[in-house]
Design a protein. Structure first.
Length: 214
């Protein structure tokens, strides 16, 4: 029997990660403001005109939020485990996230799906898994690394028998520039423990995570 949780909208069910942080820690807002002003000048804009005069300050504040994961340890969430007599797969699907690719600082947006098999009855709260995904999403990222980081953090702090992570995302560096293709999306996978050593088990869980819908 597989315990499954569908999370279509996290906004009403859990607090965002930045509520656990000092929002000013490690972020030099003044330096960001100066850099944004220089960018505006470099593209031929007037940073002192009405619509742009406060833009450097707004961008600095938005970067503080978008990159807050750099200041946060995912273990803060995943170390909060509890004991439950359950030894079958637990799946959390459709966890929405937004990140910025480190190559162009343009968004990639999508959903993450996480599955793990508890060991010794050690389970973690569903909201903690969602917050862990935000920790890694809110950094300059590439999707492949983010997928691995989520899986490795769960292995490190929860120590389950197996972990599977699937990330599906659309990349605005592909939609807004370059090839300008609007229909493409990318899938990445990370398998650990039993899901990696047992190919049949790994294929089964990937199929459940990606293709099965209530």
């Amino acid at each position: 029997m597989i315990a499954e949780a569908l999370v279509p909208d996290l906004s009403s069910s859990s607090r965002p990660c930045h509520e656990f942080l000092d929002p000013n820690e490690g972020i030099d807002l003044s330096r960001i403001e100066r850099a944004v002003r220089e960018i505006l000048l470099a593209i031929g804009e007037d940073p002192d005109r009405d619509g742009l005069i406060d833009t450097p300050k707004r961008v600095a504040k938005s970067y503080r939020e978008l990159f807050q994961g750099l200041q946060e340890d995912p273990g803060r969430h995943l170390r909060r485990t509890f004991t439950q007599d359950h030894d079958q797969a637990i799946i959390l699907r459709d966890i929405e996230f937004c990140s910025l690719c480190e190559h162009h600082l343009l968004p990639f947006i999508g959903k993450a799906h996480v599955a793990y098999i508890p060991a010794r009855g050690k389970v973690v709260g569903l909201s903690k898994l969602a917050r862990t995904i935000d920790v890694f999403a809110r950094r300059p990222q590439v999707q492949e690394r983010m997928t691995d980081q989520i899986a490795d953090a769960i292995v490190k702090h929860v120590d389950p028998r197996g972990v599977a992570v699937v990330v599906e995302a659309s990349h605005f560096c592909m939609k807004m520039r370059g090839v300008n293709k609007h229909c493409g999306s990318m899938q990445t996978f990370a398998l650990r423990g039993a899901y990696k050593t047992d190919r049949s088990l790994g294929s089964q869980i990937i199929n459940l995570m990606c293709n099965s819908r209530r």
